[in-house]
Design a protein around this ligand. Structure first.
Ligand code: GDP
Length: 440
């Protein structure tokens, strides 16, 4: 995410970080570089200029030049300003109303339908809501089908009227259906066009007026940079939407949209989409995003994701097993599965401070565990609980069963052995506290 921008900002600030004493010329040069980095990332020109001016003023106001660690103070100023630029506080979603009505808007291809599904899934699994998805695209039957496919995937009902050509009526009927059937959130997916078009605008404005939603979200593809910002402006003038959803942040996005959209339309980014799967949705936190852009990682999100996957009871059970020397390959497999649920490897690595930058060019793929999983799946229950029984002929069988080599099997056995020993050692003193802390 935003690799290029991170790189350039890092280089710009690098000079200051290393210097004991900093001159006014240094600061000015650094800010010039920062501005260039922002412009390269497709940040709006006015926004970039204002940004560096504000940082400069603050730096002068706080006498950066005479502080003990001027470089660090400058980094902090840049970080704070970046956070502010992206909205400052985390903006929540308004779930009032019975039912809560959420209207999705945006151009075709922005990821609106995919996001409608992700949001329904998020509200269902994380907020214990009963959502209803509504297909209001009356032009493309494929769009209605797509929403049905998404709904099936996440177990959420989809309301559609393929014969009805009146989107206002469909949306109103859907809300009535929701009230009668106990749905407490209605997510209305509307028709998009490839470009801004008056008929589309009029149509969505009509739907908006008729259903008076609690939340109108504007979905935009982050890859489109400045275009994204311009489209947002047009939609906002017509709909006065409540928040922005930035999709495709997992791609090679330059970051301009994320950074400029708030200052241009004065509406917060509420969610981000980071992949095609239904769980690739995150609440947008400006401060955490600023940390990531500046290569400081995002430990808070990483820990939150871990907490969602690992519960305390499981951690305690695991601890007991380790103490009794009963940690086996099934437990190992279980751990791998939980880590995988936390998100894509590349995404997780990006959250570790410094790691994103260090491993920027390394191809981290999500199939990294596949070989290990295949080997474990080829083991018998006894082999999984007592790896010591795995002799030469068993190794051969496991290798051929899993499509790997004896060498790979050996490697895994060795790693597992080392890991077991380490776990046992950690049980001794400080390790226990560490495990407890991790389980919390
Ligand atoms: P719509 O026309 O606005 O409804 O857009 P779709 O939901 O059909 O999405 C268009 C394409 O973008 C599809 O191929 C989606 O799988 C893909 N897509 C949507 N959101 C994301 C995302 O966050 N990341 C990635 N990589 N692809 C996405």
């Amino acid at each position: 995410m935003f690799d290029n921008l991170s790189d350039k900002l890092d280089k710009a600030l690098h000079v200051l970080k290393g210097h004991g004493s900093i001159t006014e010329v240094n600061v000015a040069e650094t800010l010039k570089e920062v501005r260039r980095a922002l412009l390269d990332a497709d940040v709006n020109f006015k926004t970039a200029k204002e940004f560096t001016n504000t940082v400069k003023e603050k730096a002068l106001g706080q006498n950066v030049l005479t502080t003990l660690q001027p470089g660090q103070l400058m980094v902090k100023l840049v970080k704070d300003e970046l956070t502010e630029l992206m909205g400052g506080e985390t903006a929540g979603i308004n779930l009032s109303g019975t039912p809560t009505v959420i209207l999705m808007s945006g151009l075709q291809g922005s990821g609106k339908t995919t996001f409608s599904g992700k949001l329904a899934n998020y509200l269902k699994t994380k907020k214990a809501k009963k959502p209803l998805l509504v297909a209001c695209d009356i032009y493309r039957p494929a769009a209605i089908n797509q929403l049905h496919v998404v709904g099936d995937q996440i177990g959420v009902e989809v309301y559609s009227e393929p014969e009805n050509k009146n989107p206002v009526q469909i949306a109103q009927n859907a809300i009535a259906h929701a009230k009668q059937n106990g749905f407490n959130v209605v997510i209305v997916d509307t028709a998009g066009r490839l470009a801004i078009d008056e008929a589309m605008m009029a149509e969505i404005a009509n739907v908006h007026k008729a259903i008076n939603p609690q939340e109108t979200l504007f979905v935009v593809d982050a890859m489109t940079g400045q275009d994204a910002v311009n489209t947002a402006k047009t939609f906002n003038e017509r709909l006065n939407f409540d928040g922005v959803v930035l999709t495709k942040l997992d791609g090679d996005t330059r970051g301009g949209a994320a950074i400029s959209i708030k200052s241009v339309v004065d509406k917060p980014i509420k969610f981000i989409g980071t992949g095609e799967k239904m769980d690739a949705i995150d609440v947008f936190h400006p401060a955490r995003m600023a940390d990531r852009i500046l290569g400081m990682g995002d430990v808070v999100s990483l820990v939150e994701r871990a907490q969602e996957q690992f519960d305390e009871e499981d951690a305690r059970k695991l601890q007991k097993k380790i103490a009794k020397n009963q940690f086996g390959f099934d437990d190992f497999l279980n751990q791998i599965q939980q880590v995988k649920k936390m998100g894509s490897m590349k995404d997780l690595v990006g959250m570790i401070p410094g790691a994103g930058k260090a491993l920027k060019d390394v191809d981290i793929d999500d199939d990294a565990f596949k070989g290990i999983e295949a080997i474990i799946h080829s083991m018998t229950p006894t082999e999984r609980t007592q790896p010591s029984v795995i002799n030469g002929s068993r190794k051969k069988r496991i290798a051929s069963g899993s499509g790997t080599s004896v060498q790979q099997v050996n490697q895994l056995l060795k790693q597992f052995d080392q890991m077991s020993k380490m776990m046992k050692m950690m049980q001794g003193g400080g390790g226990r506290k560490m495990m407890q802390a991790m389980g919390k």
